[in-house]
Design a protein around this ligand. Sequence first.
Ligand code: KG4
Ligand code: ZN
Length: 360
Amino acid sequence: MKTRYLLAIESSCDETAAAVIAIAEDGAFALRSSLVASQVDIHARYGGVVPEIASRTHLEVALPLIQDALREAQIQRQDLAAIAVTRGPGLIGALLVGLQIAKAIAFAWKLPLIGVNHLAGHLEAVFLEDRTPTFPFLALLVSGGHTTLYRVDEHGQYKHLGATRDDAAGEAFDKAAKMLGLGYPGGVQIDRLAQQGDPSRFPFPRSMMRQDQGLDFSFSGLKTACRNTLEKLALPLEPSILSDFCASYQEAIVDALWQKTALALQLQSLSSVVVTGGVAANSRLRSLFQNQCQKYGYSLFLPSRRFCTDNAAMIAAAAVPPFLQARFDDLSLNATGKLPLDPSALPRGPRRPPRSTQNT
Ligand code: KG4
Ligand code: ZN
């Protein structure tokens, strides 16, 4: 059987990533390399992602990273059958760097081009694992810019069920971390500090929890509660109080995510759930979802942590179905900052001002 190789590039926010997958004739695929050049240290000193710096850094690191990805996969450029790239959503300048590089490579090496929605990448990341779900399943996508529930009936068929009306879960982690002076990105720091903490010490709110409030989320009240609670405490927080604070805050986010997921599973009569996106790397989220799914008889699918946070392997995985069906893009493909996965879903809730640090 002839193996075909696909190169994928991801540059929607502050990680430059390149990956190679091998696709067998029957459509089965195996990851051959997946490299991520993180810009976290560069942006940390500004307390968030600086779009212009992200774009410039992508430009500097992308080509050597692609070469390394090919080398690690032990293939030559002549072995490639296609190139996939994230076309949105994300920071427009950052996206454009990856897209222009992919288009240049497609043109120069005469390769078909596949534009991938970054969110589809997060949802398809689970297919990089040995244990994969069968359709249909529920997917909870929790990242820096998105908190959305989808019903997934087939590769590429995502029905929007509900989403956050204000802050995304990752944003809620990052903003609290900033208030606590923990630096950027905050999710990982809160996760780490919360391990020693008491999650019941601070009674943080869970918003929109009534069943009649449907499958949307809200995390802006939690952020306000975080600020109000901090105002009453002596700063800087003592280590044990800081741990309890992080554990309580994290519990409020993860508990709200589980409550809505459980409701969606019930309403959609589904028995499998995938949780993906950067926040799905959170330790407490992983243990709570594991416990609850076991208790209620649901099958849980969590991509490994490296496939939850931004990477190019997930972009490659999402490109496999269009590759097999020869659905390619031409060189007029453009990057799009906002790119919903399910365009039929109408935006709900109050309109929000643009974020200064924008994740996808
Ligand atoms: O998917 P991702 O890498 O990038 C976007 O597409 O946004 O997600 C980044 C988000 C950030 O808000 C980061 O704080 C959060 O994921 N995150 C975590 C953890 N690791 C990353 N949040 C909680 N716990 C973690 N361990
Ligand atoms: Zn992402």
